[in-house]
Design a protein around this ligand. Structure first.
Ligand code: ZN
Length: 118
């Protein structure tokens, strides 16, 4: 999966995926990177941590530090706003999937058909 594709398209997918899991249970960076890798996204700490901070700044995640095995680990969970943002994103995703993956009948053009006498 190329860096370019990741930068252009998949940033939003990754944020949504993070939010999805953070609504269900507190997550931390390393396990989230493993989860993303399992789905084919090679996302390193230099990409994931800024995203987590950004989602926290936006009020969608809150973090809490815990000491696990003598090391500090930062857990993130979704706020009510994060949960609502995920629902909004899911509605948009559903709508996009309907057109892009199930385009039946196909809509080859977004332009209105010309009037017969044009
Ligand atoms: Zn997942």
């Amino acid at each position: 999966m190329s860096e370019l594709l990741t930068r252009i398209f998949f940033g939003g997918f990754v944020r949504m995926h993070v939010l999805y899991h953070a609504v269900r249970e507190p997550i931390y960076g390393v396990e989230m990177m493993e989860e993303l890798a399992r789905h084919g996204y090679e996302v390193g700490p230099g990409t994931l941590y800024p995203m987590l901070h950004q989602l926290e700044q936006a009020g969608y995640l809150v973090s809490q530090a815990e000491v696990v095995g003598g090391k500090q680990r930062k857990y993130y969970r979704a706020t009510d706003e994060g949960s609502q943002a995920l629902e909004d994103a899911k509605a948009r995703l559903r709508e996009l999937v309907k057109e892009v993956l199930h385009d039946d009948p196909p809509t080859p053009s977004i332009r209105p058909s010309p009037a017969p006498d044009e």
